[in-house]
Design a protein around this ligand. Sequence first.
Ligand SMILES: Nc1ncnc2c1ncn2[C@@H]1O[C@H](COP(=O)(O)OP(=O)(O)OP(=O)(O)O)[C@@H](O)[C@H]1O
Length: 331
Amino acid sequence: MSTKYIGFNEVTKQYSPEINSGVKSISVSIEKGKITAIVGESGSGKSTFLKLLFGLQIPDSGEIQFNGERIKGPSEKLIPGHDSMRMVTQDFDLNLYAKVYDNIAALLPNTDLKFKNDRTMEMLDFFRITHLAGKRAADLSGGERQRVAIARAIITQPEVLLLDEPFSQVDTILKNHLRADLRRISHELGTTIILVSHDPVDGLSLADELIVMRLGELIEKGKPEDLYQNPAALYTARLLGNCNVLTAAEASKIGIKISGSQTAIYPEWIKVTKSWLDKIYTVRDIFFLGNSEELLVKYQDVTLRVLNHHPGTYKINDSIHLAVNRHLDFD
Ligand SMILES: Nc1ncnc2c1ncn2[C@@H]1O[C@H](COP(=O)(O)OP(=O)(O)OP(=O)(O)O)[C@@H](O)[C@H]1O
């Protein structure tokens, strides 16, 4: 049997015996060279997962293995944290009064100064921050600091890069850059990247694998497309897709027979049709999304959100017909 690259085996960490906290009985493996995103609502245990993996927390029970060896807890190491991993936290951990160049170079020893300088310049170039080399970290924007923090984390070529909420401080344009940077790190350097995000869309668009967490438990793991299209849990569909959720009675009212007690319908699975045989829905509100719009429609007391790719076609109070192409039923 081959050794798992990263493996959690029945890992539990509770911060307090009385209240539900931390993570519970997590068993999962993470593959080398992939980008894995841990997603879940606030307090679901995502950061705890990352801290346990890096060795900043020790499990109450169970074990975490990396390359066949147990991850040591903070009390077992002189400097907490695994030597083959680097973690970028939300506060970036930069020396604010040092220049960008020195923040990055400081991670390399002085034994080979040419190598140190070449490697630092390479990192600055890789992250398109050469022009910031002489600026103090304190004078950078949030997005710039983030790139410096990631450059600093990968200059020593760690096997694993752990990122806690990397997208929390960046706007949409920077988010696109950061996403591309992380893909490049993964593809060109072969670094295994594990990131935590409270916005599942970030995970959907970037990760090779998603781990879905809720209340400290692992709900499911899989490829983003698979989890989006065929989630095992309603929680996953809600988290990833902002789906409509109907009870069996509500579904029946709009002519859908389901096999469980609830059904999930993504807004893009509903089409506006021309058929006069279908039920008549009333457009109650319209939310412009740029290249599409979301229609809030109502039939009796059932409200649905529908994605319309042709903004401007409908007005509030218009009567429309709908066809539900797909739904996911849950017990
Ligand atoms: N040091 C701590 N002491 C006590 N409870 C903690 C501690 N750290 C986390 N918790 C609790 O453990 C649970 C999981 O927290 P964690 O930070 O891992 O979740 P998260 O999914 O990363 O949340 P968020 O998205 O809000 O950052 C939460 O209920 C939290 O309140």
